[in-house]
Design a protein around this ligand. Structure first.
Ligand code: SP5
Ligand code: ZN
Length: 327
């Protein structure tokens, strides 16, 4: 399978995230990528594209004021006399007033948590990630499976918000840029709230997600079965879920996705369902990923596979390689 990655994506290298009342070392570390690169064999650099083309693609899924904030936040942060990574801390519960000026207000307006820091290299890494995504999408649209080593992750980023280590929603951008009837299958441990918010009600896109029950797990405010309907299918699973129950839910998801006769499958693959993941609570084993992938591949359409979470860094490469091998 052709795999794409741009070294410029390394420019996004968060130090910390804030939860449970304290700063913690970031879980989405650059070393995740080294683990994957060591396990999957050769990767191709995407062809160069003008920034305007990359931004236009991102604009299919995201508002322009949100993209402007991602582009300028770090400069504004420095101009405000700050150091360290950009992090919001105050959030509007209701619709934010117009014309917010202060960087902290604009950050809160476009974020829902304190787990998506921005640094000097973030914007360029996001543009590079968009190029990586589009290169792999071209391969999938032409009829072959492809893997885009998307990092940072994307599935928590919504139309105009970041959160959960995510800034640009790779799966939604791919679906909307593809020109194909698209099935999005989200296999990250966490619900793909951003993807759901972007594609709800969109003609020609279905979104199915298997994830930890939001009653116990992040992102808490999205992902219940009550949100299923129309082009959305949520299959929340209890902590402790292992292969058999997970595979059964996957079969349901694939059956539902197939009903719409998709021409393209986009997989938001998170290996944080792995039994050894440090922040998650499912029991999927490395070898299980081969069988799960084979079930998704049985949809019989070209697949674009994207990387979301997966924080057991040493095992991440083997888990990704196992999943890819199932296609
Ligand atoms: C892409 C992705 O997988 N994003 C996940 C973001 C999850 N952030 C959660 C932060 C709170 C985690 N609580 C961990 C408790 C560890 N004992
Ligand atoms: Zn996750």
């Amino acid at each position: 399978m052709r795999c794409f990655w741009d070294e410029a994506q390394r420019g996004h290298a968060p130090v910390s995230e804030f939860f449970n009342g304290a700063l913690h070392p970031a879980a989405d570390v650059v070393e995740r990528i080294d683990s994957v690169l060591a396990a999957i064999g050769p990767v191709e650099a995407p062809p160069a594209r003008p920034d305007a083309e990359l931004i236009a693609a991102a604009g299919l899924a995201h508002s322009s004021d949100y993209l402007d904030l991602l582009r300028t936040a770090h400069d504004e942060w420095l101009a405000a006399g700050r150091s360290g990574d950009v992090l919001p801390y105050a959030f509007p519960l209701r619709r934010a007033p117009r014309d917010l000026q202060r960087i902290d207000a604009r950050l809160g307006q476009h974020a829902y948590d304190t787990c998506a820091p921005i640094m000097g290299g973030t914007w360029d890494a996001l543009l590079a990630g968009t190029g990586t995504l589009l290169a792999a999408l071209d391969v999938a649209v032409a009829g072959s499976h492809a893997f885009a080593l998307t990092r940072p992750p994307g599935h928590h980023a919504g139309p105009d918000y970041m959160g959960g280590y995510s800034y640009l929603n790779w799966a939604a951008i791919a679906a909307l840029a593809s020109g194909k009837r698209t099935a999005i299958l989200d296999l990250d441990y966490h619900h793909g709230n951003g993807t759901q918010d972007i594609v709800t009600g969109r003609e020609g896109v279905r979104f199915a997600s298997l994830h930890a029950d939001p009653a116990t797990d992040y992102p808490y405010f999205w992902g219940s079965d009550a949100e299923s309907g129309g082009n959305i299918l949520n299959l929340p699973l209890p902590r402790g879920t292992v292969f058999a129950a997970y595979d059964e839910a996957l079969a349901r998801a694939c059956e539902w996705l197939a009903e719409d006769q998709p021409e393209l499958l986009v997989v938001s693959f998170g290996a944080d369902t792995f039994e050894g993941d440090p922040i998650s609570h499912f029991g999927i084993r490395t070898g299980d990923y081969v069988r799960l992938a084979a079930r998704a591949a049985a949809l019989g359409v070209p697949a674009l596979i994207l990387l979301e979470g997966g924080y057991a860094v040493d095992a991440l490469g083997a888990n990704v390689a196992a999943f890819l091998s199932g296609f």
